[in-house]
Design a protein around this ligand. Sequence first.
Ligand SMILES: C[S@@+](CC[C@H](N)C(=O)[O-])C[C@H]1O[C@@H](n2cnc3c(N)ncnc32)[C@H](O)[C@@H]1O
Length: 313
Amino acid sequence: MDTQCLTIAGLEVRLAHHPQVWSPLSAIEMMSFLVENDLLVNLKQRRVLDFGTGSGIVGIVCGLLGAAPLVLSDYSKVAADMAVQNAQLNKLFQVQGVQSDRFAQIPTQPYDLIISNPPVQPWLFTDLDCPSTREKAAAWNEAGADGRLVLDALLKTAQSYLVTGGQLITSASSRHGQRQTVHLLNTFWPNRWQQIYASEHAILPDYHGPYIPMWQRLQALDGDLRIYQMDDRGRRFAKQADAHGQPIIITTLDIDERSQPVLLYPEDEAIWSAKTPDGQELVQLSSEDNRLPGPAINQHWYYEYYLFQAFAP
Ligand SMILES: C[S@@+](CC[C@H](N)C(=O)[O-])C[C@H]1O[C@@H](n2cnc3c(N)ncnc32)[C@H](O)[C@@H]1O
């Protein structure tokens, strides 16, 4: 069997590979950060649900820290089965694999910790209702037209699967649309959540390339920068077309001493009009105004990757 050995913050993890199952990438960054910063302590005999488990890596690291029993869930049956095999490879035996579209089949027993590195790509290749059409692992990283299907389920529903004071840890990305993530955290976990980590990554043309137009369409609608370029002052922006094909710049501007998301429309060659995402005009800027983003420092597009934790009341 084709297996890989990873070391995550000193913990050795062995994983078998399957071409239809997502291989760990961001999970290595996620779990290294959580272990190295003592954010996964007191897990002994704690019941853990790894939601969207893929190879099982996230749940397995929790198991190696003493968590038991583990529920490893995934919409892909191949992944759920493989995650259990991988847990056993790592000598973890109090493990249940569950095939479930989000929470549909998740055992309702309350969990001490629900942890997830959910899918993020907007729908492109997959028929979400038909798991058998998703032959490639990458297709399993797609999550609805806006990429939020699984993350939204977690933020809205995880609480009812947690013990009192139980913990949710999830990754999210600017690609999901950060304002909606924060809105759901404020709505469902008011004053009970924190962002604990952020890192910036370059968009990989070979993998992310086909999704770029979809993120651009989404951000033209709501002004929430999912992917961006940077100028020499580190300002983030996207120069692209709006929903009607008109050229725009999406960025943030300091207006009234507050950084605000804006869509900049060229009025003529010399004037840009800054509007709120819902079309309200804020200010007009000359093209010489140094608040406008300058040229991109390179050709790369970037996104941010975040970790959040939240606690059930
Ligand atoms: C980015 S991968 C993460 C896998 C693993 N947790 C890791 O971090 O390496 C996202 C996982 O979510 C699963 N998934 C996709 N849609 C799902 C859904 N509707 N319900 C549950 N899991 C889903 C995919 O099969 C995939 O294994």
